[in-house]
Write a protein that binds this ligand. Sequence first.
Ligand SMILES: [Fe+2]
Ligand SMILES: [Fe+2]
Length: 388
Amino acid sequence: MSLENENFFKRFAQVSKSINTGVNSAEIFASIVGHTKECLSAGGAFFWILDDSTSRIESVTMKGPAHGDVPNLNYSALSTLFRSRASSVVNITNIGEDSRFAGIACPEIFDNGAMCGVSMDISNSYRAILAVWFATPRCLNEVEQDLLMAFAEQGASAVHKALMYDTQMVESLRQMVEGFALVLEAKDEMTHGHSIRVARFARLLAEELTLSPHEREIIYHGGLLHDIGKIGLDDAIIERLGILSKNERNVIQQHPVIGARILRPLKFLSDVLPIVLHHHERFDGTGYPDGLKGEDIPIGARVITVCDALETMLAGRKHMRRIRLADAIGILQRNAGSQFDATLVESLFAVISKKPDLFSENGNTPQALRIHRENLKRYFDITPSIFI
Ligand SMILES: [Fe+2]
Ligand SMILES: [Fe+2]
């Protein structure tokens, strides 16, 4: 084995060891650009991580002097130079004469230099680009190109591993927060399971609305967490749902704001926060906390509002009898366009007609039905307060 090859394998082995022993990503990327620069005797090396779904550069790691504007190459410039899914190294032997650099703002100092790089797809929309630059015209030979590819593959594998780890970590944290919210809810026999059922109804409604799988997931998690702000409220007040005084109602109406405050530091739940904050807005603009109106209310919050109301009616509360599905449908219908988004109410009815068993009320006992008939008007009149 030649000295150069031995040198390369030593360096390659070091990077592999870093990846497999869980060294943090920043150190691995620094090690990759460092070894790539040294092995290729380059002026400098860069390792970019790009997200093609947002057209953003997520991170850049460099080794060597900042050569003019190279560290500032933007997403579109990088995408033009190193296209996604290209399986070979891009050799730009003389930047000053290369049309691919036409229109890309680069410093004069770079005019006669060279740049060679390769783009590696990672997973989902992420990809990595490993590139080296030289101050004079240069072309990587086949062996050098293989070497660049090998280091780029290592970088891509390190990013993939980090992304998997992040995904698992976020999932675990989210489950912890949701589990915490559901356990607190379970303290009360009447509210036990409320948020899970709201979340399930909401996911079905989101499917019926043909929202994207990502939006459906956000809405489902919004359902699980929509009442998390009740954690900070006095249980005695929550139990009085249906017979709340004006003061108690004012207190309980704080729960969307408290919920949003709880979630705000948790960046991984930022998509869910608007649902929690706005799930008591009304379509006619008379809801709370912000009095948002119509489609200014986020779609996820509108979905949860109607599902929350349906679940609350079907399950009942300590001071509020359960309502039969048929009657709950009537109440939703009468409030469509004022409290609820009428389009969503219609879509929810479509879901119910397809899967009626999932919406079975537990209030079909003769006694509950008798009380319900006698009090339907009263229930209807207090509709705004029972959906707290
Ligand atoms: Fe609520
Ligand atoms: Fe609720």
